[in-house]
Design a protein around this ligand. Structure first.
Ligand code: PSU
Ligand code: MN
Length: 351
């Protein structure tokens, strides 16, 4: 099956009209290089709640067909909670906002043959007419370009363990410092150095809050031993932190506090603990991480290959389907439902 046809089927909306409408944060910009699905462009036009979803989790996170099923289920959960899903990926060199089921399947089948695309890689994937699965950084960047302020993922990248020596710090963190999108995640992947990641997020001026808890969650488990910088109580509370979007900012001046109102230009991280019934045993996960890290060093796996390697090994070492990957899927689904509720609250706030 070829991408050319699939990407060609993805209809190009009248971009200028879409981007000039309220609901899009990028009015006035020529976005002829990007494809927005008809459903997402309608939603942007009318201020309907939208949730952006990343695609590296599909290509590099799980095997086919589990990844395809999960990608579809996430979109269903977003819809059930009142928002339009916009999975983001680069197909045949064209950034696409909102994929068809066929396109989701192509990406799922490609797996790690799709290029893991962080912000730095977007131009390369476009120029090479490649298929790119976007990480948190690239998904945030593309979402912000079309004016989608809410984005759901599993866990973000961060400062790697031993990052103080290797300087392996995910560009997810610098993107959060530069792009006004709220990322709903289960915290920072526990394969990483959580305390250093929180420090770096502070340096990057990122607003960080844990959802209904005082402790920062650790992806597979609810606790990390780190106090969260702040706590949010509800989707409505999150929406008020995100605030009025730019197009209404100029029209309405009687609005509550808001990251956008402040024109911070930095992002927000909302950390939602994994549901208790799905949380894994912390010590079991930690010993798997230690082993995976040792293997990565022995095999000299570094750079952008490290995160997918570590996550896959932790899944395998903890019994694959039986443990970590079930937690993984459960937490992304939980994030999708909360993220959609936040998008709905945010849309109400714009009225
Ligand atoms: N989930 C997975 N595998 C991954 C990722 C998520 O199961 O590879 C991706 C996310 O998209 C995240 C990225 O943004 O890993 C971070 O990679 P790095 O540490 O190279 O910046
Ligand atoms: Mn890295």
């Amino acid at each position: 099956r070829h991408f050319t046809s699939a990407a060609a089927d993805c209809k190009v909306p009248p971009l200028n009209s879409v981007t000039m409408q309220a609901g899009s944060g990028s009015f006035g910009q020529n976005l002829g290089w990007i494809k927005i699905s008809p459903e997402v462009s309608e939603a942007l036009k009318h201020g309907t709640p939208i949730v952006a979803l990343e695609s590296t989790i599909i290509s590099h996170g799980m095997p086919y067909p589990q990844n395809f099923e999960t990608a579809k289920e996430l979109e269903v959960i977003v819809r059930e909670n009142g928002a339009v899903p916009a999975t983001i990926a680069i197909l045949d060199g064209v950034p696409c906002i909102g994929l068809t089921t066929e396109e989701l399947e192509i990406l799922a089948r490609l797996g790690s043959k799709a290029r893991k695309t962080a912000s730095r890689d977007i131009a390369l994937v476009m120029a090479g007419r490649e298929n790119g699965a976007t990480t948190v950084s690239a998904t945030m960047y593309l979402a912000s370009k079309v004016g989608i302020p809410v984005f759901v993922t599993g866990g973000i990248g961060g400062v790697h363990r031993h990052g103080e020596n290797t300087m392996d710090v995910s560009s997810d963190l610098t993107e959060l410092g530069n792009t006004p999108v709220a990322v709903i995640s289960a915290g920072i992947k526990s394969i990483l150095d959580i305390p250093r990641t929180l420090e770096y997020l502070e340096t990057q001026r990122v607003t960080v809050a844990a959802y209904r808890t005082d402790e920062f969650p650790a992806f597979f488990t609810q606790t990390s031993g780190c106090k969260a910088p702040a706590r949010v109580e509800s989707p409505e509370h999150c929406a008020r932190v995100i605030g009025k979007q730019p197009y209404t900012y100029f029209i309405l001046h009687s609005i509550t506090h808001a990251n956008i109102r402040l024109e911070q230009k930095s992002g927000i991280l909302i950390a939602v603990p994994i549901p208790r019934e799905h949380s894994a045993s912390g010590s079991l996960i930690e010993s798997a991480i230690q082993l995976a890290l040792q293997e990565a060093r022995e095999k000299k796996i570094t750079g952008n290959a490290e995160t997918p390697f570590l996550l896959a090994r932790v899944n395998e070492l903890t019994g694959g389907a039986s443990l970590a990957s079930i937690s993984d899927i459960a937490l992304v689904k939980n994030n999708a439902s909360i993220g959609a509720k936040i998008a709905v609250s945010l849309a109400q706030l714009q009225k």
